[in-house]
Structure formats: C-alpha cells, structure tokens
Design a protein around this ligand. Sequence first.
Ligand SMILES: Cc1ncc(COP(=O)(O)O)c(C=O)c1O
Length: 363
Amino acid sequence: MSNITIEQMRFWSPEVRELEPYVPGEQPKIQNLLKLNTNENPYPPSPKVVEAVQKILANDADVLRLYPDPDASELKHAIAKQQNVAAENVFVGNGSDEVLAHIFKAFFIQEQPLLYPDITYSFYPVYSQFFGVKTKILPLNENFEIVVDDYKQPNGGIIITNPNAPTSIALGLSAIEEILQANPDSVVVIDEAYVDFGAESAVSLIEKYENLVVCQTTSKSRSLAGLRVGFAIAQPHLIAALEAVKNSFNSYPMDRFAIAAAVASFEDQKYFEAQNAKVIASREKLVNQLNELGFKVLPSSANFIFASLPSKDAGELAAELRECGIIVRYFNKPRINQFLRITIGTDEQNQRLVDTLKNDILA
Ligand SMILES: Cc1ncc(COP(=O)(O)O)c(C=O)c1O
C-alpha cells in the first residue's frame, strides 16, 4: 500500500481510505524456520480429513463444476452432533473471522457502544471501524483478567475472547453467566477460538440464554487453518440474523473441499482429543522450562502462552529469536509490549526454542 499515491487513492471510496486493516502474523518462507507466531496447530489434521479431500479428487472431481450447498447442511449437522446442539443452532462461515464479521454486522451496529477489553483479539477494533460500530474499551485488571462488573453498564453488545488472546487467560462459565444475566437485551458473543485447549465452553448455556452467541473455529484445535472453517452456535432467532447477513454478502462461503474435510474432522473425535491432549502436555512442559529460564508466563488455557522475561526487552528478544530462525508474535502496544506470544509447537520444536534461548540468547 505504501507506493500508492494520494492522487491514486481518489478512486477509492472515502471510507476505505480511512481503514486500518488487521495485520496477520507473517508467513515467511525461510528454510528451517520455526513458526511459533500464528497459533497454528503443530500436528496435521485427522487422516480422515485427508481421505475426504482425496475422495473428491479421485471419484467426484466432476462435482467441482457445481456450486456447493449454500447451507453447508452436512457440515452443520456434523458440528451439531459433536457440540450436542441441533443443526438449527449452527451457523458456518469461511473461517471464524468471517463469522465474526457477520456477527458485527448482524448485532453490534447499535446506538449504545459495543463493550470489549483493552487487550483482546485485534480484529475487533478493525471490524468496529469497518462496520461503523461504536465501542467502549474496558481495561483488563492488573493480572490481565476481565473485570466482570465493568460489563454491567448500558451497551449495544459485548464480545469476549475466551480464553483471551493474546493473554491466554480463561474466564469461568459462572462469570460468563453473570455477564449474560446482566445484559438480557444485548447480544453477548464468546469467541472460543482456543477453548479446546483447556477452557470451559459456553455452548452448554445456549439453550438457557437467548442473547448468547458462541463462535469457534477449526483452525486451531482441528489443525485446519488452511481450510477456513469457522462456526457460531446460538438460538435460531440469532442464527437467522447471521444467515440474512451471509446471504446478502456471499451465499457460498464454504467450498466442497472445506465442507467434506471439516465433516471428516468433526466425525473423528478421538483424533481431535488425542492431539489436543498432546498440545496441552507440551504447553505445561514448555511453561516449566521457560520458568526455569526466568520467564514469567501467564496461566494459559490456549495453544499459546504469553510470556515476559524481566531481564530483557521483549521486542529485542523477538528480534534475536528471529535471527535464530524462530518467529514468535510481538505486539508493540501499551501494557503488553514486554510480552511475547508463543505458539505451542511439538515437544521437539519447543525444545529448540528453549535451547536457543539458553545457549544462544541468554548465555
Ligand atoms: C480470538 C480469535 N478469534 C478468531 C480467530 C480467527 O480464526 P479463523 O478465522 O482462522 O477461524 C483467531 C485467529 O487467530 C483468534 O485468535
């Protein structure tokens, strides 16, 4: 964008000139790179996913002539079964980023402001600007926790990431219920992108609260970031608003490969549970090793940790790790500019991180 002149920008819609887009974590092509910066899963998806995609290519490639099911109903049923809800409670989209975009459009353009914490998923301010959503940002406390009482004020909606990103800290279901009960007239969205790594899901509350939307993704715990499959779970009157937005934007967001592969993933619960257990065990091991090196690590319920090293500037540390071929995420933002967000890799990858820190950077 830097080499576009103001003169050339006269063709752009005025509001697009003002946009401050989200900046995704880098995907560099460096050899022997250890990528611990975008919270991808270090393990491949279920072998059943691979089989499902191969089956389309081997037997049914001709179906690619045809549009996919606009409702992706096979996928909705597979998600419903795994989540123990009805298919009418499920909305699917091209990654949970798209589901979240539809959520902002469907629910949050209100007179009163949307409430969310100062430290959270950095797409929320981007969508707020994009859709003209008013916002009120509420600081986390000094331990980087949500202050539940702050969410008991007039608002046009609430969105909370649980466990939070990039802090990795989980909020209990009783706190979420307290927020739901205090806000019977606004939609409360719980973004559970990382919930499978140790937090309690609010999906169990869907039947009880007509104002709750839970958003999840297959990108992290199902190793399908490359497929782009996200979903929301809510009562049918909220799902209907999301469908109305989706069908006013792109009626076929889920392609045939994505539908078939994600269905196979939801049907292979055993693989899903085993991979998540491995990531959680690796996380605990890595936290212990980093503690021994002097790091302070926030309590994580995610597939990443948020860590600081009091003796060293976090920005410098990220740069030095990069020179050693290890990329972690550094946010040069108030309150968190002395932290690194580190994705949990395999035990071998985590060991390379620890060895590099010990032998090359902190020696
Ligand atoms: C909190 C949170 N929500 C949503 C997403 C989007 O995930 P996806 O669009 O891959 O489903 C991410 C991705 O990093 C995230 O961290």
